[in-house]
Write a protein that binds this ligand. Structure first.
Ligand SMILES: [Zn+2]
Length: 155
């Protein structure tokens, strides 16, 4: 069970009720093809009861690790994402999140949000050098003999 599952029975019983949720917990398997999120992922959220359900607003912060796509050096960067989402008893797929048994699970919201921030081609800042990776270096010092002949003609 997700550690980001929150009991919201208190909010559901009082119109206009609010609560702050601050957590820092691991989220397993949060990664794309190039970057991996390291533990923990932190949330600092305001939960507010409205007529449709519960609005969740605030910040999700995480740190990803990846290899530079140019030099393969290790990279690590923080991301902070603002969220503003609705949880409701009958969610709209792809738009809102469910309230189930007086609980909301922030896990899917965190995954959706942080995944969008992960880089597809991470690289060093400032940009690292690419010299030596394409193998072209050694060829430039030995001109084709035909070009050498042309140079002589011009002289
Ligand atoms: Zn690099």
């Amino acid at each position: 069970m997700s550690r980001f599952r929150i009991d919201v029975a208190d909010l559901l019983s009082h119109a206009g009720a609010r609560r702050t949720v601050r957590l820092a917990e691991p989220v397993e398997g949060l990664a794309n093809s190039t970057a991996v999120v390291v533990d923990p992922v932190a949330v600092d959220l305001n939960l507010e009861r409205i007529s449709e359900g519960i609005v969740v607003r605030g910040a999700v912060t995480a740190t990803w690790q990846a290899d530079c796509s140019r030099c393969l050096g290790a990279l690590s960067r923080p991301v902070e994402v603002h969220v503003d989402e609705l949880f409701e008893p009958h969610p709209v797929p792809g738009e809102t999140y469910p309230i189930e048994d007086h609980e909301i699970d922030l896990d899917q919201l965190i995954r959706d949000t942080v995944l969008l921030e992960l880089p597809l081609a991470p690289h060093c800042e400032p940009p690292c050098s690419t010299v030596g990776l394409d193998g072209a270096e050694g060829d430039q010092g030995s001109p084709d003999p035909r070009w050498a002949a042309l140079s002589e003609l011009e002289l």
